[in-house]
Design a protein around this ligand. Sequence first.
Ligand code: COA
Ligand code: AMP
Length: 631
Amino acid sequence: MGKYQDIFDRSIRDPQGFWGEAAEAIAWDQKWDKVLDDSNAPFYRWFVGGELNTCYNALDRHVEGGRADQVAIIYDSPVTGQVRKITYRELLDQVSKFAGALQGLGVGKGDTVVVYMPMVPEAAVAMLACARLGAIHSVVFGGFAPNELAIRIDDAKPKAMVTASCGIEVKRLIEYKPLLDKAIELAKNKPQHCVILQRPQAKATLKPGRDHDWEALTSGAKPAACVPVQATDPLYILYTSGTTGMPKGVVRDNGGHAVALRWSMENIYDVAPGDVYWAASDVGWVVGHSYIVYAPLITGCTTVLFEGKPVGTPDPGAFWRVISEHDVKVLFTAPTAFRAIKRDDPNGEYLKKYDLSGFKYLFLAGERLDPDTYHWASERLNRPVIDHWWQTETGWPITANPMGIEPFPVKPGSSTKPVPGYNIKILDPEGKELGANQEGLVAAKLPLPPGNLPTLWQADQRFKESYTEPYPGYYFTSDGGYIDDEGYVFVMGRVDDVINVAGHRLSTGALEEVVATHPDVAECAVIGVADTLKGQLPLGFAVLKSGVSTDHGNIQKTLIQMVREQVGAVAAFKKVAIVGSLPKTRSGKILRGTMRKIADGESYKVPSTIDDPAILGQIETALKDIGYGGK
Ligand code: COA
Ligand code: AMP
């Protein structure tokens, strides 16, 4: 038996022993009483009775242990033309002072803080400062519109908000302060304090009494010490798309999270303390939480925080420049980034300009790695290109090619094998386990390993309904796929109404809720259609109320603008077809699968349950008008 199989089997047979040993790599204020408490299933709790501080593990510990002068964060920002290196000592200083500043605003253990920041080191400082105080951060991705921010404010009820005056996209500057003000205006729950980082590119006007200038507040603050918390206390809430407009508040605990991330760095990514690790994502996404901030810092690595894009900042060589300039060992990003590079530099000319000798692995996740992109990347880079699958809910990979344990030959289209701790099974719709090569629903036998969501924020029932009640005894991933006869897992895509646009997870239900509010729209649907760059793009269908005579072009433009304003530019909602009716089954269910096939130009069968087959012809015509379909 190989090394992987031994380790995997033990993780399933003896999770207590396995994770108890892994937990030795973390500094505890008080050791746990029990590794796994399964007395209240499906709410599993890891390291019950243990106390620790995540910020201590990410910073103080390394400063005390000899890494004070090692660079903790390399901030590389082609959009502002700067590179800044922050050592562990400097980062600790900044974080403890900012924690002191938050404390001065009354933020303490168990309070929530919403962070709405661009990719600047202060975003990580804010997160770590919350962790230091035992406060719970909730980072909201900067590309979300005020309405989405307001929804999260109302759910998390933050005592304070942390933001910046602006974010910088490739071609435009985005002033965050008006977005923040609008969100607070929309929210029912008004936060008492907002801390604003003034960036030189745009100064925000502060509202006296509520708004505080980051610099002024922090310079006068007394550094705060680490507050020990229970392993099971929440470290953060991260909202992610579900099937409705109300996002799910994924909760992460402190203890299990630190243990799992630390373990993953060596065993999955083959990274050791001192290595330079770069997750080219955004702190607003789970990849950013886990692999820009927490995992590399807890491990004592140097993490790269990149404020730029794979292309256009300034060219498709941006990733290669960063890797060579900072001697990056591991790059982790989404396949869409590589599709963008491939589009702009198909022959990899920019690659030839840089010395990539220290670069060992490319890890990709966030969406399925299509075999074309895999081949392009592995042929150009000539080093392992690893697809690994995970979700906001899990916080770290579910399936991967474990580079630190036993590298397996790659099978394009597969994210390789279950990571130790994840007992992956394929189920049929009735919940029966399927055999090798049979496609079905991907599930994980409970308990999930540490680091996974213990519940949803103040929504235990929704947690059960979404994840553990559909198939009792299993965590339901909402992904479909199969396992081949060598144990390789192939994740083929979501089986619910969640779509993946440039690695960003979006709910078609949330987009539909916006489209439906247009006064002329009687009925609508939004589906995800294939896109060569972004993987998927949302495509809307609107049926107008009878008697509406306004020209269609105008309504289409308005609908696109409404989604941009209410959900955000990140939704990339750019196409809507105006149709006479939506195709439905006789029981009234919209035939989204058939509509998707027509839009993607795939052949399709007219479903036997369809109410009126003639509608499909109308859909084809409407889609052709906006450039979709073809067969
Ligand atoms: N703040 C404000 N707006 C933002 C934003 C932010 N933090 N991030 C993105 N946006 C805006 C963009 O400016 C763009 O607006 P536009 O419609 O005016 O052009 C829109 O949201 C879509 O952005 P994005 O998804 O980044 O698409 P893009 O077309 O600008 O770039 C890629 C395409 C592939 C280069 C880009 O998506 C990318 O780098 N993806 C990497 C994926 C990733 O990091 N995934 C995270 C999970 S690992
Ligand atoms: P998020 O919660 O934003 O990380 O999105 C999670 C979803 O992205 C998963 O449920 C999958 O549908 C998809 N996903 C992420 N990584 C992969 C991968 N490597 N292969 C296939 N799908 C993936």
